[in-house]
Design a binder for this molecule. Structure first.
Ligand SMILES: NC(=O)c1ccc[n+]([C@@H]2O[C@H](COP(=O)([O-])OP(=O)(O)OC[C@H]3O[C@@H](n4cnc5c(N)ncnc54)[C@H](OP(=O)(O)O)[C@@H]3O)[C@@H](O)[C@H]2O)c1
Length: 259
């Protein structure tokens, strides 16, 4: 039995110095905050999105690092494998944060197959193929971290978001399946389920004062989250402090689920 427990603050297990991370959907919102947070904790970072990544790059440069930027549209599943392969050829990626995601708010009876597939392609299928492309070298090295961004709608149904709820339930299933398969090889696959966070994703809800007040009133913390609220969970799951955490969904929701 190991008794190697040192009282006192040895925070080196949380350091990401010497690690390299890819963050998808790093142009804004949660992905941007996580990318900056990983860099602040010492990681070299690669960023991908369709849009302008300049603000994320500028923030990371303040920590003396220059991120690798590769543009990709993860609605095209072939792009997912291609971008991951390109990043993997230029950096030995230890940490993958699968954050890019889209939501489509409409009544279930109105959803076309194209609209359904557009959500699954970004939120689940590209998540899988980005991970697959970067996992092989991790398996060879015997170490790696995969962090998938889930949602409260990985556990709940929501209203008029059937394609999104289905995709986020799938994210948890995928997280657990890969965790089981790769734990013996030293790779930890986990998820973070954000609660209600102030980003473009939730702008349509926050634009409805009654709905916003109703949600705020149900959050024990008494406020919506900000992207920065997700950074601590991401750094933990990216670091060796979480080396015995496998297939877990870390909920960061101000207490919503505890209510
Ligand atoms: N906000 C919340 O309350 C909340 C709650 C639970 C879960 N989440 C999840 O958290 C993740 C981040 O969401 P967010 O709230 O930060 O939303 P956001 O501000 O809308 O950001 C979404 C990110 O995903 C990228 N993205 C979207 N479609 C893409 C595509 N086809 N190809 C490549 N990148 C794409 C966007 O980049 P470009 O547009 O530049 O491509 C952007 O960087 C998502 O998975 C979301 O489902 C959010």
């Amino acid at each position: 039995m190991s008794t190697d427990v040192r009282p006192g603050a040895d925070l080196s297990a949380f350091s990401l110095v010497g690690r390299s991370a890819l963050v998808t959907g790093a142009s804004r919102g949660i992905g941007q905050a996580i990318a900056i947070g990983l860099a602040a904790s010492g990681a070299e970072v690669a960023l991908t999105a369709r849009g302008d990544l300049d603000k994320t790059v500028a923030a990371i440069r303040e920590f003396g690092r220059t991120p690798l930027v590769v543009s990709a549209d993860l609605a095209h599943v072939d792009d997912a494998s291609a971008v991951a392969t390109e990043v993997g050829s230029r950096m030995a990626i230890d940490i993958v944060v699968n954050n890019a995601g889209v939501i489509d708010r409409r009544a279930a009876l109105e959803i076309t197959p194209e609209q359904w597939n557009a959500v699954q392609d970004v939120n689940v299928t590209s998540m899988f193929f980005v991970t697959q492309a970067l996992a092989a070298p991790m398996l060879q090295r015997g170490a790696g971290k995969v962090i998938n961004i889930a949602s409260l709608l990985s556990f709940e149904g929501g209203l008029r978001v059937a394609s999104y709820a289905a995709s986020k339930h799938a994210v948890v299933g995928l997280t657990r399946a890969l965790a089981n398969e790769w734990a013996p090889y030293g790779i930890q696959v986990n998820a973070i389920a954000p609660g209600y966070i102030e980003t473009d994703n939730t702008a349509p809800i926050r634009d409805q004062p009654d709905r916003q007040a109703e949600i705020t009133g149900r959050i024990p913390a008494g406020r919506w989250g900000t992207p920065a609220d997700l950074v601590g969970a991401a750094v933990f799951l990216a670091s060796s402090a979480s080396d015995y955490v496998n297939g877990h969904v870390l909920v960061v929701d101000g207490g919503w689920q505890a209510r």
